[in-house]
Unconditional design. Structure first.
Length: 66
């Protein structure tokens, strides 16, 4: 099963905003990228946009074939 496709794009941020995101991400043990995505999802939900639940990533080794 292929991993879900993710959209990449450049984002220009004020250095102070980026530093705040990095501090928050560090405190919550996330990458800055994951923190930005989480903040965007929260903001969209707060404005009433329902997002589809994403498929959880499968962890560990794939099962052995016969």
């Amino acid at each position: 099963m292929a991993p879900p496709v993710r959209k990449a794009f450049a984002l220009r941020l004020d250095p102070a905003v980026h530093a705040a995101v990095e501090r928050l991400a560090s405190a919550e043990l996330r990458s800055a990228n994951a923190q930005i995505e989480m903040l965007l999802r929260e903001a969209l939900e707060a404005r009433g946009y329902e997002l589809k639940a994403r498929a959880k990533a499968r962890r560990g080794r794939p099962p052995k074939g016969d």
